[in-house]
Write a protein that binds this ligand. Structure first.
Ligand code: GDP
Length: 433
């Protein structure tokens, strides 16, 4: 998906525009702690265009002075986006800070669309002319608070989107990424995987944008490790900020089929791990939980079980994800990763037979009668799988409101008992017949 970034000095209305463009999508997320908080990255749609959008204003970079912050945010936009929306405040004219942003953007070889915000009515339109001086061509008048002019702005941005599918990988390639907080051993794990005997590393090359992916082949199957560069330390100031690393992780998740959520076995689970795992789940990707540095853990025969239980308690929403305890350092169990990725990927793309699916649902209903609410009983007529990656089911019922969370969960468990689906989330929707 193309990535659009919004840049501009503070108070020009970046977050308002971001929220307008994202629309109600922001509320369709599950209640996983931290996932919805301070969102700076989201998917969005405009007509036939499907893209991701970043509000760089949401990434604050430590104690850097004001102008330096703006400069770094512009650099993030240049690094991360295909198209940049440069936002200014129409009511204040061109300011010195706008000119600073412009100077940085000139140097980038990325298309820039200039949005002049706070033009709330047609009489104010003349205010846009000053902004031709910034040198980015036609300024687009918009109003974040009234939702005006966004269509024209996005049309212009969409003209610069990369052609569909450009630079991406074929369906047959399994794409995976490693996510986790700094120092859990992601880079070490990538090296350990690439260093395995059966692994043929075809090349390590820049592909889409600035992401560096690693391509490999094991037993004839091709894989890509998404955004290996994001795991290496590159030393830019903003790379150490949490928001930026989250942004990077979200973008890697977006491009992956399977996400390896890496936890430091020595340090155990902390809140940040939970948040990171939440993103992978929310995005509907297949997930494998990897506990690294197991060599450094003092253990007896009960340690692994206890750690596993701890993970299950903390990551209840990831109950489908297999867990592996390994060491990038000693290479212990590194060889089990590829088979686990294969299984998760297969299940993520699994399509089940409709007749068998309906038998499973019928048996489930016979075993545990459907719930009633205000004297009305839920009736399930028919179930069908409408999508893969992740497997998505639609249950046709008399009234969708009657399919409560607990019964939906029960149906999910019956589907899992029947078909497996280890490693992948599955989604169930109720529709009125
Ligand atoms: P990243 O920030 O997640 O990419 O983490 P790195 O791969 O840079 O590793 C962080 C630190 O943990 C380094 O000092 C590694 O040597 C160390 N490390 C990584 N994997 C292991 C492991 O399996 N066992 C032990 N004992 N140390 C590890």
């Amino acid at each position: 998906k193309p990535v659009v970034a919004i840049v501009g000095r503070p108070n020009v209305g970046k977050s308002t525009i971001f929220n307008r463009i994202v629309g109600e999508r922001i509320s369709i997320v599950e209640d996983i702690p931290g996932v919805t908080r301070d969102r700076i990255y989201s998917s969005a749609e405009w007509l036939t265009h499907d893209f991701n959008i970043i509000d760089t204003g949401g990434i604050d970079i430590g104690d850097e002075p004001f102008l330096e912050q703006i400069r770094l945010q512009a650099e993030i936009a240049i690094d991360e986006a295909d198209v940049i929306i440069f936002l200014v405040n129409g009511r204040e004219g061109v300011t010195a800070a706008d000119e600073e942003v412009a100077k940085i953007l000139y140097k980038a070889k990325k298309p820039v669309v200039l949005g002049v915000n706070k033009i709330d009515n047609p009489e104010m339109r003349d205010l846009i002319y000053d902004f031709y001086a910034l040198g980015f061509g036609e300024p687009f008048p918009i109003s974040g608070s009234h939702g005006l002019g966004l269509g024209d702005l996005l049309d212009e941005a969409a003209k610069h989107f990369p052609k569909h599918g450009q630079g991406e990988y074929g369906e047959e390639v399994i794409k995976f990424s490693l996510i986790g907080r700094p120092n859990v051993g992601k880079s070490s794990l990538v090296n350990a995987i690439l260093g395995e005997e059966r692994v043929i590393v075809s090349n390590i090359a820049g592909t889409t944008r600035d992401a560096i992916d690693s391509q490999l082949k094991v037993d004839g199957q091709e894989y890509v490790i998404i955004d290996t560069a994001g795991m290496r330390k590159k030393g830019k100031v903003y790379e150490t900020t949490e928001k930026y690393s989250v942004l990077r992780a979200l973008r890697a998740i977006e491009r992956s089929d399977v996400v390896l959520v890496v936890i430091d076995g020595e340090e155990g689970i902390i809140e940040q791990d939970k948040r990171i795992a939440g993103y992978a789940h929310e995005a509907g990707r297949a997930v494998v939980i990897v506990v690294n540095k197991w060599d450094a853990v003092e253990k007896d025969e009960k340690t692994m079980k206890a750690f596993e239980q701890n993970i299950r308690d903390h990551f209840q929403f990831l109950d489908y994800a297999p867990i592996v305890f390994l060491s990038a350092k000693t290479k212990k169990r590194i060889h089990t990763l590829i088979p686990m990725i294969n299984t998760a990927s297969e299940n993520h793309a699994l399509r089940v037979e409709t007749s068998v699916l309906n038998d499973v649902i019928m048996d489930a209903v016979a075993m545990n009668p459907t719930p009633t609410d205000k004297g009305r009983r839920l009736r399930i007529y028919y179930t069908t799988q409408v999508a893969v990656k992740p497997p998505t089911f639609v249950v046709f019922v008399n009234d969708p409101e009657l399919l409560h969370f607990s019964y939906e969960r029960f149906l999910e468990n019956r589907i899992r008992d029947a078909f497996g689906f280890e490693g992948t989330p599955i989604k169930i929707f109720a529709r009125e017949r």
